[in-house]
Design a protein around this ligand. Sequence first.
Ligand SMILES: Nc1ncnc2c1ncn2[C@@H]1O[C@H](COP(=O)(O)OP(=O)(O)OP(=O)(O)O)[C@@H](O)[C@H]1O
Length: 298
Amino acid sequence: MKNIFSHQLITLRRRKKLSQNDLAGKLYVSRQSVSKWENGETEPGIDKLISLAEILGVDLDFLLLGKENINDLIIKISNLKKSFASPVLNGVNLNIYGKDRIALLGSNGAGKSTFTKIIYGELTPDSGSIESYIDSRDALNVMPQDDVLMGDLTVTEHIQLAALIDRVYSTGFIDQMIRKFRLEKQQGTFVSKLSGGQKRRLSLLLALLRESKLLILDEPTVGMDLNSIDFFWRYLDHVGGCVITVTHDFNQIDKYFSRILLLKDGKIAQDVSVDKIHSHNQTIEQWYRQHNDGEGQA
Ligand SMILES: Nc1ncnc2c1ncn2[C@@H]1O[C@H](COP(=O)(O)OP(=O)(O)OP(=O)(O)O)[C@@H](O)[C@H]1O
């Protein structure tokens, strides 16, 4: 157990961007204690292990053994097929776990949006199955590729309406979200008059009003300015549950994801942890170019 735990601790601490000192402070122990755990010299007691799992946002099994807890399986996808004029998905198999941070990559037209739309129920597959172990009505939040917004409401009215539907309405909370997403100046503006990037920020805000077990984001940063993109990825880091993001934003994905899926030729051609890519001294962009030789040809 010791080696796996030490490795997990170092990996998960770095992923959370915590120094040994930061972690020690949160656990009320000395930095030397954390260092000894990471060197495999000593092990924390059970109370500290439980706190560690909480701080690092993982199950105890995952912290100790490096394995996803099968009880944490939220979606099992088997042999999924979908064709339009020609086949798009041609037998996709995938297990999705509650703590996954997935970047779904692939060329234009590879079928990423089709795949996510099937997961959140906007499209039906031709064949195959999706077993969901979460109550998708309450546990699923989606930010689709195209903003689905009501142009004749003001920003505030839109957020109020969505908050009522999501049963999270409170004026304090709505004000706070408007501030966080830097839409104060646009509060009274009709949604149809917002810029593309402002619409994207509003869509993201709406997708994050309530907590979810699964958050699906389809090219969320397209059209955002650099400040908004930075804000977006930082915010995402604090969102709980599983996140699946379709993105081409290679500047950021090294930091925020744990698992990379490559959709190619209608299948999940690659399913690999970010740590594994980094352990080969590759960035995700380099890895992607190596494995997706059809990139740019679609
Ligand atoms: N409703 C539809 N009717 C017909 N064809 C469709 C439909 N939706 C998608 N397609 C086709 O399915 C293929 C996959 O499209 P999809 O949008 O899933 O790809 P994608 O990987 O998300 O692409 P991008 O990176 O460009 O957003 C494309 O060839 C597209 O034209």
